[in-house]
Design a protein around this ligand. Structure first.
Ligand SMILES: [Zn+2]
Length: 258
């Protein structure tokens, strides 16, 4: 049977069987499969891959493997100089927006807290998630690698951790989001943006104890939920700073669940 030698780099090894992690290994195949299919058969979703070298030359996903090929597979490197090589995926996304799989509700809320446009796919099955992500050009976030192997999914990330805050840190680092975070700008419930609203306009909705000591209120443009800076704010700010890797700091403008 024809055989190629594979080597996967950096975090792509997380997806491989333990015995082949971090080293070169031989893999037998039948016929002349596309390199993408063999990579996915080994456990690595194509959305994790940014660069494939076959015999030291960069190739696209549909490159056909030959007996004796040496294949090196690289993840997305933010700083990799790729001017001279061919990346396997189309153009990068301009604005980073997400679609979080059904089991990632807490992660979706944290990403919204950080200001990122995030759809929570609570009621969508895999094919609907893939279709909506492609239509709206969103990055699929999931702990289900089978979902990321669907060809309709162009941009995605396999979330490693099971802890929501650690998941958010992963996403921020993977997509280099530290500088683009806009905390307290989105509704945690529906993900729409918040807009300032006159206190007088929403007075009946403000609990009496809050009316006395708050003048700044934000209204969700999607579900009309009302936000103000309340008792949760300091804790949320601390969480945000931990995720973005900032030292603890003072209070910005903000919100609390209303
Ligand atoms: Zn809302």
């Amino acid at each position: 049977m024809p055989t190629a030698t594979f080597r996967f780099y950096a975090e792509l090894n997380d997806c491989l069987a333990p015995r082949v992690r971090g080293r070169s290994f031989d893999h037998a195949f039948q016929g002349t499969p596309a390199v993408k299919d063999v990579i996915e058969a080994l456990g690595v979703p194509h959305v994790e891959v940014d660069l494939i070298l076959v015999n030291d030359r960069s190739v696209p996903f549909d490159h056909r493997l030959d007996d004796g090929d040496r294949v090196a597979v690289y993840p997305v490197f933010e700083t990799l100089d790729v001017a001279t090589v061919q990346k396997v995926r189309p153009e990068p996304l301009r604005e980073t927006t997400f679609l979080a799989d059904a089991h990632l509700g807490k992660l979706a809320r944290i990403l919204r807290l950080l200001g990122f446009d995030t759809v929570y796919a609570q009621a969508l099955d895999d094919s609907a998630i893939a279709a909506r992500a492609a239509r709206e050009r969103r990055i699929v976030l999931t702990r289900d690698r089978a979902l990321l192997k669907r060809s309709a999914v162009q941009h995605g990330y396999w979330v490693r951790s099971e802890d929501p805050e650690a998941q958010a840190r992963e996403v921020v680092q993977r997509f280099d989001l530290g500088r683009t975070a806009r905390p307290f700008n989105r509704c945690l419930s529906c993900g729409a943006t918040l807009t300032p609203v006159d206190k007088d306009q929403v007075l009946p909705r403000i609990p009496p104890r809050v009316r006395a000591w708050r003048d700044t209120f934000l209204l969700c443009t999607g579900c009309a939920k009302l936000y103000w800076k309340g008792t949760h704010h300091r804790r949320l700010k601390t969480t945000i700073d931990r995720i973005l890797g900032k030292p603890a700091s003072g209070i910005n403008q903000g919100e609390s669940a209303g």
